[in-house]
Design a protein around this ligand. Structure first.
Ligand code: LLP
Length: 417
């Protein structure tokens, strides 16, 4: 985490001590480093240097408006999966033509809105969706640009909940149905085939699944074009992992160097290339600051009860995910082993297990690698307001999301008479 490091005993985000942020903005607090995001993006940009390539940030990883602004200003497009995410792109002035729309369950209303705005491409996930999109487009007097998401049947060897490219899950069109689906799409008057896409899963930490997927995708490109259907772009999805606990995922530039060699060897180097990275752009650019409320010794476990919980940091509860937890201010006290848990009324509300920490009530801890799939998956369970967020850029720290109040949460509710 090059932009989060200790100076003396104090943890810094770029040039700002995180303890200062906890004091100023309260906890739980997400703290993001802009330089860290731009560095992660730069690795992809180096990988694609000299190519017609588009990086569409998968905003489900973190859709906070200021984060979207960072990527829009750096030249990214966006991969969206809902009408809500579409409105977020518009709110930051992103160009509709730089948007690709993924997801297995697009509604007619979402399709209409996206068509009216002129988004870049619909990544269609099934044959029935092709028919519905065609009908919506014809009714609107438009032609929808489409790509079909192919399920390459490759095992990304990641957690089953976040693996998406194997037979038997809900995503994409089966590998052996692909050609038929493209023929069907090409025959529909409301659709224009522009590309092909895939996405095999998330938090992938080895390069083999990517290399296999590339071979299978290029075979399909060849077969589809041999059938007389031209593909302007090839979209390889996202999925590249980050280090949570010493994992060593491939570097984006080195990985793409190898993948692009395959593209070139097959003669498809002139196509527009697209990717949809999420986690690898923001995951290690964020941490969550939390305050220790109580230390509670137990018979078999000691608990460190903090003010962040599963509603703020859902990944441990949902995927048994590991996030490193470090002190905002290192102390010389004796460390003890704790389960770090939140205040929510569920045994699943844990953030880290068996962690060695020297803390006392009032200490601040930083939960690392919290830039992706934390705030964007946060909930209001237990009527807990969602945390505040701060974006650090050098010595400056800007509040980019206010802490949610009980009034915010109740605003759309109505009493009965
Ligand atoms: N494209 C598509 C079609 C996707 O479904 C996803 C993620 C991405 C791109 C971005 O993948 P990434 O580069 O972030 O791996 N909540 C889970 C992760 C779910 C990923 C869902 N799809 C977690 O916290 O691990």
């Amino acid at each position: 985490h090059p932009h989060f490091s200790y100076r003396g005993d104090a943890l810094f985000a770029e040039d700002v001590a995180v303890s200062r942020l906890a004091a100023e903005f309260g906890t739980p607090l997400f703290v993001y480093s802009k330089a860290s995001m731009l560095d992660a993006l730069a690795a992809y940009q180096r990988g694609f240097e000299g190519r017609a390539a588009k990086i569409c940030y998968a905003m489900k990883a973190n859709s906070s408006l200021a984060i979207l602004q960072v990527f829009a200003r750096a030249g990214c497009g966006f991969d969206i999966v809902s009408g809500g995410e579409l409105e977020r792109v518009l709110a930051v002035g992103g160009a509709p033509s730089d948007i690709i729309f993924s997801g297995v369950g697009k509604t007619r209303a979402e399709m209409q809105r996206a068509l009216a705005l002129g988004i870049g491409c619909f990544n269609v996930e099934s044959e029935p969706e092709l028919d519905v999109l065609n009908a919506v487009a014809v009714a609107a007097g438009k032609v929808a640009p489409v790509s079909i998401r192919v399920n390459p049947d490759v095992d990304p060897k990641t957690h089953p909940y976040i693996s998406t490219g194997l037979k038997g899950n809900k995503f994409g069109v089966a590998h052996d149905r692909t050609l038929a689906a493209y023929r069907h799409a090409a025959a529909l008057p409301g659709l224009k085939v522009v590309g092909i896409d895939c996405h095999i899963g998330s938090q992938i930490t080895t390069e083999a699944p990517y290399l296999d997927t590339m071979d299978r995708m290029l075979d399909l490109v060849q077969a589809i074009e041999s059938a007389g259907i031209a593909l302007k772009h090839i979209d390889f999805g996202g999925g590249l992992g980050i280090s949570y606990n010493g994992d060593q995922p491939p570097q984006a530039d080195a990985l793409w160097h190898k993948l692009l060699a395959k593209v070139d060897a097959r003669g498809f180097g002139d196509r527009q290339l697209m990717i949809e990275p999420g986690r690898s752009l923001v995951g290690n650019a964020g941490l969550c600051l939390t305050e220790v409320l109580y230390l509670k010794p137990g018979e078999s476990k000691n608990f460190c009860i903090v003010d962040a919980a599963m509603n703020d940091l859902p990944r441990p509860a949902m995927y048994q995910a590991f996030h490193a937890i470090v002190p905002a201010q290192r102390s010389t006290g004796t460390p003890h082993t704790y389960d770090v848990v939140g205040p929510v009324c569920e045994s699943g509300d844990w953030i880290g297990r068996d962690r060695e920490l020297a803390v006392e009530p009032g200490s601040h801890l930083a939960v690392l690698s919290a830039g992706a799939y934390c705030m964007s998956m946060a909930s209001n369970y237990n009527t807990r307001g969602r945390a505040a967020e701060v974006l650090v850029d050098g010595t400056s720290a800007t509040l980019i999301r206010e802490r949610e109040t009980p009034a915010d949460q109740m605003r759309s509710e109505r009493l009965v008479s």
